[in-house]
Design a protein around this ligand. Structure first.
Ligand SMILES: [Zn+2]
Ligand SMILES: [Zn+2]
Length: 560
């Protein structure tokens, strides 16, 4: 009975809808599927030992014969990081990505020894692809914080879907063309639903241009007589470009500290997005060969990440970079809310070591987001004028504000669809109806689970080399489960025992408290699991030790 009717168009916001991270959506028509993005997210702090969360692809796995392509909006890991795990499950469907994203993905695939299996094709601002029998994809150049970022317009015989990707409208981008306004305008009247990112939906006004940031940084650094240390996100490639240009203008050599920065700049130079002579870069170990006013240090760790360069510098533990009076630290970054207190402690230490510090403020913009504020969003909306929109890429509060914006700009309530991870939507003639949910609970990647022991070993080594090891030896009576005598402690590379009597006393008390609780619980449940006792000690000790020393040694407990 459906022979003369077109088939229903199905859209699924599989993942990354309700947060910033783990983006993955797909569109299904007839016996064909096209996926958009495959990113990962980082686990919450309570998920010990979990490295990443990736989209649940059980539905796609069941239908893998249908998958014709994975289209990538841009190279950030919240849009590409899950490919490593997803591709083998889905039988390596072809990937289409902009030049920069392609280079980043290939680099990762090489690292994982998967490059020979991956089929990846480059796209550019002119690309329009026929995919399978039912799809046509148009890539539209936009500005974000990484080169070659795209919105994607996907046409099918029974409806068209627009994916904004991450974007801002930059009227003076630093080193790339502006958003392709004409192409966006041509989509008017043709978009049945637009999936719009919501990251900065509650920020009024216009996101500052990268050019403005570049000029402010230049002025600021020009005036300095001492060393300048800039903390920046290694994923904000446009900022790295600006900083390298500033170094050239101010006749400073660049010192890179942080592996992710090295990698990002390496790829940007290979892609000729950043052009710089090798002589512009000097190694960390050589910094003392240069005068202070000849140096611009770029480092990772703007969020106070424990092992990143800036934090090690602040703890005076960096092998080569020691802060001294006259240094200026510039935080060319935003503060992610959950990191604010950690960042505060780090900047306290930096100032304590005698450096000056400058943060991004309203008066002096030295950081700009890659995600548009309300005015950018309004400009995008005016250009494309979609029939319906779906706010995505943000927690409900962000999407709620995004919805308020669309209402303010004249959209009807029923044309703004709030969706959820795993939710499917069917386009039936003119209206979108909710379909069945597909499995969407994120998959936890704990390194070990996917045979990646190497990563864990590396992590341990890193922790050992940074913070050493702390061992507690307990003597326990096998029958009564009482602790005999006092605990003994062994420290290697962590603290000098004789100088830490107070801390050791506290640790000892904590161990007796934990033992007491464990004993009581075990008596109640009539099972004595020594492993649980050990786990509790290691967990509580790492908390206490971090609180007291801001260090994280490997903690081991031996019960004899
Ligand atoms: Zn992004
Ligand atoms: Zn994103």
């Amino acid at each position: 009975m459906f022979t003369n009717r077109k088939e229903l168009l199905k859209l699924c916001t599989l993942s990354g809808t309700t947060e910033i991270g783990r983006n993955c959506n797909f569109v299904e028509y007839g016996d064909e599927i096209v996926m958009i993005d495959a990113g990962y997210s980082f686990p919450g702090q309570e998920m010990y030992g979990i490295d990443y969360l990736i989209p649940n692809v059980s539905y796609l796995k069941k239908n893998k014969a249908k998958i014709k392509a994975i289209l990538i909006t841009h190279g950030h890991l919240d849009h590409t990081g899950a490919l490593k795990w997803i591709l083998p499950e889905l039988g390596y469907p072809p990937i289409y990505a902009g030049g920069f994203a392609k280079a980043l993905i290939e680099e990762k695939m090489r690292e994982y020894h998967m490059l020979d299996k991956v089929k990846i094709f480059g796209v550019d601002r002119k690309s329009q692809l026929r995919i399978g029998r039912n799809f046509q994809a148009t890539f539209i150049g936009i500005n974000h914080s990484i080169p070659d970022a795209f919105s994607i317009f996907l046409e099918t015989p029974n409806g068209n879907v627009f994916f904004s990707g991450d974007y801002k409208i930059d009227l003076t981008p630093a080193n790339e063309p502006q958003t392709d306004y004409d192409k966006l305008r041509q989509l008017r009247g043709r978009i049945d639903v637009a999936l719009m990112e919501s990251t900065n939906a509650s920020n009024p006004g216009k996101a500052p241009s990268e050019k403005e940031i570049f000029e402010n940084l230049t002025e600021l650094i020009k005036k300095q007589k001492g060393r300048v240390v800039v903390a920046a996100f290694s994923s904000l490639i446009t900022r790295l470009y600006s900083l390298i240009e500033v170094a050239k203008i101010t006749h400073r050599k660049i010192v890179l500290s942080g592996r992710s920065l090295d990698q990002a700049i390496d790829i940007a130079r290979k892609k000729r997005y950043i052009t710089a002579e090798d002589s512009l870069f000097i190694k960390e170990k050589d910094i003392n060969k240069y005068a202070d006013n000849e140096l611009l240090l770029l480092c990772t760790g703007s969020q106070g990440e424990r092992f990143a360069a800036l934090n090690r510098i602040s703890l005076n533990e960096h092998k080569y970079i020691k802060i001294h009076k006259g240094d200026l630290i510039i935080m060319s970054s935003s503060e992610i809310p959950e990191n604010i207190s950690t960042i505060g402690r780090m900047t306290d230490r930096i100032i304590g070591l005698g450096a000056d510090l400058i943060k991004d403020t309203i008066d002096l913009k030295i950081h700009s987001t890659g995600h548009g504020n309300q005015e950018d969003m309004k400009m995008m909306y005016d250009l494309i004028q979609p029939r319906t929109v779906m706010p995505i890429h943000g927690p409900l509060t962000f999407r709620y504000f995004n919805k308020q914006n669309f209402l303010k700009w004249g959209m009807r309530d029923e044309d703004i669809l709030l969706t959820d991870d795993g939710q499917t939507w069917m386009l039936d003639g003119h209206t979108w109806r909710k379909g069945k949910k597909v499995e969407s609970k994120p998959i936890l990647i704990d390194g070990l689970g996917v045979g990646d022991t190497g990563d864990i070993v590396l992590k341990d080594r890193k922790q050992l080399s940074e913070f050493g090891m702390f061992v507690t030896v307990l003597n326990m009576n096998v029958k009564t489960k009482k602790i005999i005598g006092r605990p003994r402690f062994i420290s290697r590379g962590f603290v000098y025992m004789k100088g830490s009597q107070e801390l050791l006393k506290e640790i000892e008390n904590l161990i007796f408290d934990i033992h007491h609780d464990w004993e009581r619980q075990s008596q109640n449940s009539k099972t004595f699991k020594v492993e649980d006792f050990k786990d509790a000690i290691e967990k509580e000790l790492s908390k206490l030790i971090y609180k007291k020393t801001e260090r994280e040694p490997i903690i081991l407990t031996v019960i004899i």
